[in-house]
Each structure stands twice: as C-alpha cells, then as structure tokens.
Design a protein around this ligand. Structure first.
Ligand code: FES
Length: 118
C-alpha cells in the first residue's frame, strides 16, 4: 500500500494577519475599512498565502473593526502585535516577505505609537 503525503513548507515563525473588513451602515459618520476596499485587500492576502503554498504557521483572517478606523485599511499581525494602517495591495507581498523572514516590521506602514492598541 502506498502512502501519499503532502509536504508543505513550514514558516520559520508563526504569523497571523488579521485584515479588517468592517463595513458601516450608509450614512455613518465613522470611516470604515470596507469603504477603502479592504475586502479586496483580504482577498489579496489570501491569494498571496495560496501563492506561497499555505506554509504552516501562517494564517490570514478577516476581522471586524479593529478600532483604528481612521487609518484603514487596518491590518494587525500576531503574535508580534504590530498594527499597520493604510495597507494596499502593493504592500501584501512585502508584508509576507518581511514577516516570514523575521526581518522586522514594515516601518512605513506602522501606525503611530499612540495608535498601537496593544
Ligand atoms: S473599520 Fe477597520 S479598524 Fe474600524
């Protein structure tokens, strides 16, 4: 009997991206990430995850409001508790590269210290 096994790359570090896709009702005076195309951004993160073969230890999830609405789209990365704002499709590959390699945060996307929630 033969056994078929699938070997998946293992990320050197565990990382979990949370992409806010919160949408507020029409007429709301509060900004929201969905109005800044964050649902497409989440799909871009998912596509990048797939392109890299779903390495073990890497997760991508959508999220409700992360409370830094005025700086959206907001992306939070755990376990490092890094808060990114104004993330675009053009940033996705760099975020994966940076965090998979452990080379540190993408400084230009970090929210200011007073907006880092944790
Ligand atoms: S709506 Fe995205 S952080 Fe609040």
């Amino acid at each position: 009997m033969s056994t078929v096994s699938t070997v998946r790359a293992v990320a050197p570090r565990k990382i979990h991206f949370f992409v806010c896709t919160n949408e507020r009702p029409e007429g709301s005076t509060m900004p929201c990430c969905a109005a800044r195309d964050s649902r497409a951004l989440l799909r871009a993160f998912q596509a990048e995850h797939a392109r890299r073969g779903y390495p073990r230890g890497v997760k991508v999830s959508g999220s409700t409001c992360l409370t830094t609405c005025q700086c959206g789209p907001t992306v939070v990365l755990y376990p490092d508790a890094l808060w990114y704002g104004g993330v675009t499709h053009a940033d996705v590959s760099e975020l994966f590269d940076t965090h998979l390699s452990g080379s540190g945060p993408v400084e230009r996307l970090l929210l200011p210290d007073d907006m880092q929630v944790w």
